[in-house]
Ligand binder design. Structure first.
Ligand code: TYD
Ligand code: MG
Length: 420
């Protein structure tokens, strides 16, 4: 018994005796030796930015996302690129080491990772794969090996006999994550944990995890679009709401070298129904193309088919267009889509949605116009956050004709200008 670490404290409230640990004493803030946590710079600038400047040593990061979105691919690329200088342990609970190797070769043969880091049997000999799902055995391996980075793919597959329940259950996930994170902190080894979520939202596992880790990243993207957005939802060591943009190509995840132009389709100019909006993601502004199609319907309940933006927001804007701008949209089927498969929740695109619908309805091309304003229920235009940034981004790409709440007061006023 390590009696020395404990002291008996008399409980004066009459509830008996309580044992408290007094090994740790309060320290003066002044006296604490502070060390800037060193970071591992990865080859992927988009990832470094999202993390706030690289992976912090000893930190725990959760990468969450839908199955198949590209989490394993991105992390394997990360492992590959770091393994020429550091020891990386990749724990795969889902795929066999053969499968991971096959993917590694495929990625390495064709991507920049291969070209710049020259992936080959000799040089990338510091990447260790381990197909294991036993949490306690994994901890032993980590302690034994003391790598520079650990990747656990995925936490839902890990289980321990110390806990009841199947892998993926809250108890199992919590236990495994706690062991891993504790080990990471103790040995100052950064750990990246993959967590799947379902379409319905955060399942129990990642939800529990997000409180335990230092950083939560979310990888999102549509199944049939290439764009992948890596978002930071929580970060103890950096900004939240940052985004990194990747493209899922045949040969792995590529950084989007010019993300500003990614969402603007080329050649769609001068077609009615297309308009540009300048949206804000984190601290970055992007130009995105919105498309709308308005066609006469015979249905008593006209159709509203929307993708990439909130359907209810669109309904509201259609009502505003009908009431305040006298467009008979109740006799039209309306389709609204965001080009490039991006999902937009920013109210600053309201005006863009209205313009795209109007453009299609009137058969007038407005593709050189960038709409940047929120639209209120009375048809008034409202200023949006980051206006300067958005306008600048549009101008940078050659679109000088921005429509903002600064120039126009109401939606009606804007539309009357376009008519001429
Ligand atoms: P994966 O990384 O396994 O997703 P996750 O780990 O998030 O479940 O990605 C699987 C998908 O990505 C699969 O549909 C195939 C596709 N993919 C590519 O398009 N290119 C590639 O180079 C790789 C490795 C996968
Ligand atoms: Mg995977």
């Amino acid at each position: 018994m390590k009696e020395i670490h404990f002291a008996k404290i008399k409980d004066t409230s009459g509830g008996g005796q309580r044992t408290a640990q007094i090994a740790v004493k309060p320290q003066k803030l002044q006296e604490i030796a502070y060390q800037e946590k060193s970071r591992i710079q990865t080859e992927y600038q988009e990832l470094n930015n999202v993390l706030g400047g690289g992976i912090v040593r000893g930190s725990a990061t959760l990468i969450a996302g839908d199955p198949g979105v590209g989490k394993s691919t991105l992390l394997l690329q990360l492992a590959l690129s770091l393994s020429s200088t550091s020891k990386v342990l990749y724990i795969s609970g889902e795929e066999s080491v053969d499968q991971v190797k096959m993917r590694a070769v495929r990625i390495a043969e064709t991507t920049n990772v291969a070209k710049t880091k020259k992936y080959n049997q000799q040089e990338n000999d510091n990447l260790f794969l381990l197909a294991l799902t036993d949490a306690d055995a994994i901890v032993e391996q980590i302690i034994d090996m003391k790598p520079d980075l650990v990747i656990v793919d995925s936490i839902q597959t890990i289980e321990s006999q110390n806990v009841s329940g199947l892998s993926g259950s809250v108890a199992q996930v919590r236990y495994a994550a706690l062991q891993f994170i504790r080990t990471a902190k103790q040995y100052n080894i950064p750990i990246v944990i993959v967590g799947h979520v379902t379409k319905e939202g955060m399942v129990a596992g990642p939800m529990v995890l997000s409180h335990m880790v230092d950083t939560v990243l979310f990888l999102e993207g549509e199944k049939f679009a290439k764009t992948r957005i890596l978002r930071s939802l929580k970060n103890r060591f950096g900004p939240v709401d940052e985004v990194g943009i990747f493209l899922m190509e045949e040969n792995g995840m590529q950084e989007a070298t010019n993300p500003e132009q990614l969402f603007v389709t080329q050649g769609g100019e001068n077609v009615p129904g297309s308009v540009l909006v300048a949206t804000l993601e984190g601290s970055r502004a992007f130009l995105v193309e919105l498309q709308a199609l308005a066609v006469t319907t015979r249905l008593p309940m006209p159709r509203r088919v929307v993708s990439g933006v909130d359907g209810r927001r669109v309904e509201l804007l259609l009502a505003v267009l009908q009431k305040h701008c006298q467009l008979p949209l109740d006799t039209m089927d309306i389709f609204v889509n965001v080009a490039g498969g991006m999902k937009l929740t920013d109210p600053g695109i309201d005006l863009g949605i209205c313009l795209a619908v109007y453009s299609s309805f009137k058969n007038i091309a407005v593709s050189k116009i960038v709409g940047i304003a929120e639209v209120g229920l009375l048809g008034e235009l409202r200023a949006v956050t980051g206006l300067e940034k958005r306008v600048k981004e549009a101008e940078k790409l050659g679109f000088k004709n921005t429509i903002t709440a600064r120039k126009y007061k109401t939606l009606r006023e804007v539309l009357s200008k376009i008519k001429n």
